[in-house]
Design a protein around this ligand. Structure first.
Ligand SMILES: Cc1cc2nc3c(=O)[nH]c(=O)nc-3n(C[C@H](O)[C@H](O)[C@H](O)COP(=O)(O)O)c2cc1C
Length: 160
């Protein structure tokens, strides 16, 4: 499924969460296999990402839309074309009671090709991830780097 509501929740061990409406086909697989993967799509995957997000696996077979591969977990297929893949073991499930299940997974392995790195760090300008504006229901590209985090804010300290 296409998912916008994904977040980092822990550093060590690395964990993330995905909030999935409990009617989705994906939820059945996550609960059955106690595993899932998160794949960051690039701009050029926009059509397929949107398609995956509109049609449920309960009605159509989406298994051929992307080329898939497996890592250490047997039941967490990952998307070959996606620049970044993370395979996760299900650690916890929070049921909101309002229609969503929040799956918290430990990232047991992550994959990205060398071409997406600069000086040993993943480079967002090379990954060109697809961004999504929920209110506008539009896909966007990410722009240029504008400042250094944990750094540019110090300018205000100096001025005071
Ligand atoms: C851009 C976009 C973002 C989406 N984000 C979420 C999300 O964060 N949580 C969710 O439950 N569904 C989200 N969806 C909807 C699911 O991807 C969609 O209902 C999908 O068909 C579910 O597939 P499944 O039934 O095969 O699991 C999103 C759809 C789109 C197009």
């Amino acid at each position: 499924m296409t998912i916008a509501w994904c977040s980092v929740v822990e550093r060590q061990p690395p964990m993330l969460s995905v909030s999935c409406a409990d009617t989705h086909h994906t939820n059945i697989g996550i609960k059955k296999h106690q595993a899932f993967s998160v794949n960051i799509p690039s701009e050029d995957m926009v059509e397929r990402v949107d398609y995956i997000g509109m049609y449920s696996g309960k009605k159509v077979d989406k298994s051929q839309v992307f080329e898939i591969f497996y890592g250490d977990l047997e039941n967490a297929p990952m998307i070959e074309e996606a620049p970044v893949n993370m395979e996760c073991k299900l650690i916890n499930t929070v049921v909101t009671g309002k229609g969503h299940e929040i799956f918290i997974g430990e990232v047991i392995a992550a994959y990205a090709e060398e071409i997406y790195f600069t000086d040993g760090t993943l480079d967002i300008t090379k990954i060109k991830p697809l961004a999504y504006s929920t209110g506008q229901q539009k896909y966007l590209t990410t722009g240029d780097i504008i400042a250094s985090a944990w750094s540019v804010g110090k300018n205000l300290v100096k001025k005071r």
